[in-house]
Design a binder for this molecule. Structure first.
Ligand code: NDP
Ligand code: 2IT
Length: 444
């Protein structure tokens, strides 16, 4: 049995009931084969066995009292996966579907994504099965305070720096930062995605979506194509989706769909983003309300149907495994030429195979959505220096980082004999830096 298959087998046996984690590990490890065949020293040092095992996993009770006076108990997680190249860094997800396997898949992906940014940050992820939907601000605040009352002892500006993800935005980060500071009596950049009045960075809110478009733009340019005049289908209507749409429109594309977990809207004239921001950011409402403002648009129940809308570029920006093999075939037959993953692992392995067979340009999540965490690293830098950069400065740095990521992953793919395969390129390029740091630091 090959080294990769041996380790994969162990991962499946030792981590039962964690299909998303198995999926993420399988994708990375299998694409490392060409590298491992020339770097035998990695096997001798047990790099794969070590990199698939989190350095530390914390699971804790999060008790809080709802507005009716009822005691609620959620489960909190922080998986500190790998600190070879810097303090653990990665978001917190609050969503009822959160469990250990989901946090581990996200934490594992984060190791290689963070490495690709070229900034000194390790990989981690956390969250809770708490559902912020329909909760009052005070309920969210009490939950966040209780969550941080345990989490604070495990994190710190030089140890582990969480940020947002699904269900965690500026409001939640604010409540958690306030509680951390109160307990520790230290004012430090322990979280990123903070508000601009207390240490946040300009562009962090926009960064994941903007970065996705910068990277997809590079990929298109390299293949003699451009965003100008493209018809784009975006899923999701959260932080990543909204700012991907904004930048795509600025660059001359037309965005025709957006969605939430109930269904999707299709506006053939192009989505009016101000309306989406009003519904989602201001009112915390549902995407179906869009048709009340724009009666020419359509609303459809259910999530997968979104990929049957004809487009030239698809940007899945909602959640894992939201685009399956059948959806990929529909996209291809409707003329889709490029896919950029804004969400983490949104395409199933079958979908990726369909894109590959049909020569669809494909930018994988750990490269395509790295702009968010890259800008978090820029926020950490500004906090350490105790100064703030302008919007333009941060945006320029973000664009440079995304251009470099594209260069590095496409040249890694070429170097290891899989030219054009950016999945392999991203996995190999992200892995090498972490593996070499682990080699240098001994068996730890
Ligand atoms: P938000 O909470 O702001 O938005 C999430 C969006 O996705 C909402 O429209 C939500 O709909 C939809 N969604 C969530 N879960 C599901 C589901 N199970 N099925 C269908 N739709 C769903 O999160 P973000 O925009 O921050 O995150 C979106 C994706 O991007 C995630 O995969 C995240 O891990 C990834 N990401 C985020 C980064 C960031 O900086 N925020 C950085 C890199 C990646 P609804 O309101 O109905 O739940
Ligand atoms: O998946 C991700 O990269 C994020 N949710 C952002 C993490 C971060 O630390 O900014």
């Amino acid at each position: 049995m090959s080294y990769v298959n041996e380790v994969l087998q162990q991962v499946i046996e030792r981590n039962p009931g964690e299909p998303e984690f198995h999926q993420a590990v399988k994708e990375v490890l299998e694409s490392l084969e060409p590298l491992l065949s020339v770097r035998r020293d990695y096997q001798k040092a047990g790099i794969l066995e070590r990199i698939v095992e989190p350095e530390r996993q914390i699971i804790f009770r999060v008790p809080w009292v709802d507005d009716q006076g009822k005691v609620q108990v959620n489960r909190g997680f922080r998986v500190e996966f790998n600190s070879a190249i810097g303090p653990y860094k990665g978001g917190l997800r609050f969503h009822p579907s959160v469990n250990l396997g989901i946090i581990k898949f996200l934490g594992f992906e984060q190791i290689f994504k963070n490495s690709l940014t070229g900034t000194p940050i390790g990989g981690g992820k956390g969250g809770s099965d708490f559902d912020p939907k329909g909760k009052s601000d005070y309920e969210v605040m009490r939950f966040c305070q209780s969550f941080m009352t345990e989490l604070f002892r495990h994190i710190g500006a030089d140890t582990d720096v969480p940020a947002g993800d699904i269900g965690v935005g500026a409001r939640e980060i604010g409540y958690m930062f306030g509680q951390y500071k109160r307990i520790k009596n230290v004012y430090e950049g322990v979280l990123t995605g903070k508000g601009l009045t207390y240490g946040g960075s300009l562009v962090r809110k926009e960064a994941t979506g903007y970065g996705l478009i910068y990277l997809v733009g590079e990929m298109l340019k390299d293949n003699g194509k451009s965003l100008e005049g493209a018809v784009i289908s975006i899923s999701g209507s959260g932080n990543v989706a909204i700012y991907a749409a904004e930048k795509a429109m600025q660059l001359g594309a037309k965005v025709v769909t957006m969605s939430d977990s109930n269904g999707y809207i299709y506006d053939p004239e192009g989505i009016k983003l101000d309306t989406v921001k009003e519904i989602k950011e201001v009112n915390r409402g549902r995407i179906k309300e869009y048709v009340n403002y724009h009666p020419n648009a359509e609303y459809h129940d259910g999530c997968f149907g979104i990929w049957s809308v004809p487009c030239t570029i698809a940007l899945p920006c909602a959640t894992q495994n939201e685009l399956d093999g059948k959806a990929a075939k529909e996209l291809v037959s409707n003329g889709c030429i490029a896919v950029g993953e804004g969400a983490n692992m949104p395409s199933t392995p079958e979908a990726i195979e369909v894109f590959k067979e049909n020569n669809v340009l494909f930018a994988p999540a750990k490269a395509a959505n790295a702009g968010g965490v890259a800008t978090s690293a820029l926020e950490m830098t500004q906090n350490s220096m105790r100064l703030n950069w302008s919007f333009q400065e941060v945006d320029d740095k973000l664009r440079n980082i995304m251009v470099n990521i594209y260069k590095n992953i496409s040249s890694a793919a070429k170097e290891y004999g899989c030219e054009g395969d950016l999945v392999a390129g991203a996995n190999i390029a992200g892995f090498i830096k972490v593996a070499d740091a682990m080699m240098a630091q001994g068996i730890v």
